[in-house]
Design a protein around this ligand. Structure first.
Ligand code: MN
Length: 418
């Protein structure tokens, strides 16, 4: 699908829908009848691919669509999964297609998205979090270290990252208890134990590995896209007071692994292709294995809203994925440069995505500048960090030449500490 081609579907899709004919993401759903089927989305509806394959349109063994997770489908490889997406596009554009003309099939295949439950789409293997937004790293370095030397010496030479934990990554719509842990108040001599007082979100995206490598293999930036299936929105929930005390010298641990939230739809790399833009100039010049060619940043509009219990949501951050300093291809080339193998279902998150403007900062730490500048929400209440009862809602979409491809929403609610 080229940027210039325009498609017309016979299915009704509102112009501001995240799920246009250009998107067709993949997910897993359940409802009263269905335990777990692979699905796609168009407009306000989901498309049950297991039911659709009863008509043998993809020429696949349909059991691959009757799974808890997308992993087996993804494992078929891009030559097949990409063909499935293009075939779906064709069926939704051709007014004489079986999907349009066969009423029984259509009735089994289409369901209102609001009538189903979207499940965790991926059985996540290993999870890595990067730290690749220059505005975020500069803000954090300015707050906690030296404003004149905000970036540590390695930052402009490699995409900094750490290995996280996959067990507590949940799909949008969940809630979790405020974490407890050790904190050391600045004026105290000894640490104290209790509920985190500085609970934060981190606005991120994550990419999902679609093709494995063997130990010892390395991927070039040019090979990386072949191994990336697609992207989701990602909230890397963070306990700032626990983090400040524990992170020396090995980095984040319990401040991060109590919960993370992802959006339920995996948007394919192919659907995002038309929205590529040029990234930041990278100076000093990087080592050759991190060089890449072409426009590899993506213009994804990102937003974060806080919804207090029983109140309307207030938008607190408007950022964009195009502000990333390192691309996904560079991150994956770096991740594998030592021979570290990757597996289908691994998830690699971007790091907090802040932009240059203060309203584009991707965490409360930055938005409230370490709690010194509280934000006022629509209900009049103030936030320095996240309160019990708050729901944090992240959304993201690309839009160009009247074409819109979005992620839906990535939301989770904070319950009081247990
Ligand atoms: Mn993070």
């Amino acid at each position: 699908m080229s940027t210039s081609s325009s498609l017309h579907t016979w299915f009704e899709v509102k112009t501001d829908s995240d799920f246009s004919i250009y998107n067709l993401p993949f997910g897993i759903y359940s409802d009263a009848q269905v335990k777990h089927h692979v699905c796609s989305a168009i407009g306000d509806s989901i498309i049950d691919l297991f039911e659709l394959e009863s008509a043998d349109v993809f020429d696949l063994n349909r059991t691959v669509f009757d799974k808890n997770y997308l992993n087996d489908f993804i494992e078929l490889g891009k030559p097949i999964t990409h063909k499935v997406r293009l075939k779906l596009q064709e069926l939704l554009c051709n007014a004489n297609s079986i999907l349009k003309t066969n009423a029984n099939l259509s009735k089994a295949v289409f369901k209102k998205q609001s009538d189903v439950t979207l499940l965790m789409p991926i059985k996540i293997g290993d999870y890595t979090d990067f730290y690749s937004s220059i505005d975020h790293a500069t803000n954090v370095g300015t707050m906690f270290r030296d404003p004149a030397n905000a970036l540590l010496p390695n930052w402009k030479h490699l995409p900094v990252g750490y290995h996280g934990r996959a067990s507590s990554i949940c799909v949008s719509g969940h809630s979790f208890h405020r974490p407890k842990g050790q904190q050391k108040p600045a004026d105290a001599e000894l640490p104290v134990f209790g509920p985190c007082k500085l609970l934060d979100f981190e606005l991120e995206t994550a990419f999902i590995i679609g093709k494995s490598t063997n130990m010892g293999d390395t991927l070039s930036t040019a090979q990386a896209d072949e191994h990336i299936f697609g992207m989701v929105l990602f909230n890397d929930w963070s306990a700032r007071d626990i983090q400040t005390w524990e992170y020396v010298p090995l980095g984040p641990f319990l401040a991060k692994n109590f919960a993370s939230t992802i959006s339920p739809w995996v948007v394919t790399l192919e659907a995002l292709e038309p929205f590529h833009v040029k990234g930041y100039e990278q100076h000093p010049v990087l080592l050759p294995y991190l060089h890449y060619s072409g426009e590899k940043n993506i213009d994804i509009n990102l937003q974060v809203a806080i919804q207090p219990l029983g109140a309307m949501p207030s938008v607190v951050c408007t950022s964009n994925y195009k502000y990333m300093y390192y691309t996904m291809e560079q991150q994956l080339a770096h991740h594998t440069v030592n021979g570290c193998n990757i597996n289908v279902g691994d998830m690699m998150a971007s790091g907090t995505i802040s932009g240059p403007q203060p309203n584009a900062y991707g965490s409360m730490l930055e938005l409230s500048w370490k709690g010194t500048k509280p934000l006022t929400l629509a209900d009049g209440s103030e936030r320095r960090f996240i309160n019990d009862g708050d729901t944090v809602i992240m959304t993201g979409y690309c839009e160009r030449d009247g074409k819109r491809v979005g992620f839906g929403s990535c939301a989770a609610t904070v319950l009081p500490a247990k």
